[in-house]
Ligand binder design. Structure first.
Ligand code: HEM
Length: 209
């Protein structure tokens, strides 16, 4: 068994604040979307909480991008093109089939590469494509009085609202998959422990030759 320090303090701080803000945004966003349902927040409180959480999420996201630029963590987001498709297939087949047959994990985190190729692609899509789109559309929504009346002949507030809502749904889908995938490490708690303590403990033993 080996232990690797893979999640530095700033990554863990960013991650858990981001996760908490995300849950607050989902709840306050749903409260505005389904305004009037009894168990949700009232509209005015929902707006205030959603806007505040959105601003904090933006600051956190900028922190994550800058952190990845100036720290070691960024190298885990650099995709190695050699063998890319093969690694992606192997990982996907494991999640779709091998895992149900108790097949061995095809990937073991190391100091050089803590994320498997599928995680890399997913996290890049989420953090470098969906999150900026969510944030931009959120800010456009906040300052919608400054938007032009129409965009490509459609009411611009409607375009912004639909973009913001669709991306939010994609990110909720990501979160559900994320919550499942993190339980599929060597043990159910392996990944969770790593994100809580920074230390990834790999119980995997190479078979004797
Ligand atoms: C309650 C909600 C959440 C839980 C319990 C959770 C849990 C975890 C765990 C255990 C890991 C480490 C294992 C791994 O690398 O896959 C992780 C990594 C990660 N999570 Fe989450 N997560 C949550 C919400 C989110 C949200 C909302 C986002 C983004 C929108 C997110 C983005 C990430 C990213 C980018 C990483 C890799 C960070 C890095 O090492 O650079 N997570 N998460």
């Amino acid at each position: 068994m080996s232990a690797l320090y893979l999640y530095s303090g700033w990554v863990r701080t960013w991650h858990w604040i981001n996760a908490l803000l995300f849950l607050v945004l989902i709840f306050s966003g749903a409260s505005m979307h389904f305004n009037g349902a009894g168990w949700l927040l009232d509209f005015q409180s929902a707006i205030l909480i959603h806007n505040t959480a959105g601003i904090l999420l933006t600051i956190g996201w900028i922190g994550f991008i800058v952190g990845n630029l100036v720290s070691d963590n960024g190298r885990h987001y650099r995709v190695r093109l050699h063998g890319f498709v093969q690694r992606l297939m192997t990982q996907s087949i494991y999640y779709g089939y091998g895992i149900f047959k108790n097949a061995p994990h095809p990937f073991h985190p190391s100091a050089e590469a803590k994320l498997n190729t599928l995680q890399q692609v997913t996290y890049i899509g989420v953090m470098y494509v969906l999150m900026p789109l969510l944030i931009l559309s959120g800010w456009a929504f906040l300052f919608s009085v400054y938007l032009p009346e129409t965009l490509l002949g459609i009411g611009s507030v409607w375009v912004v609202a639909m973009l913001h809502l669709s991306i939010a749904y994609f990110l909720v889908l990501f979160l559900l998959i994320h919550l499942y995938i993190i339980t599929t490490g060597e043990t159910v708690m392996t990944n969770m422990r790593a994100m809580l303590t920074g230390w990834h403990r790999d119980d995997h033993q190479e078979p004797e030759a």
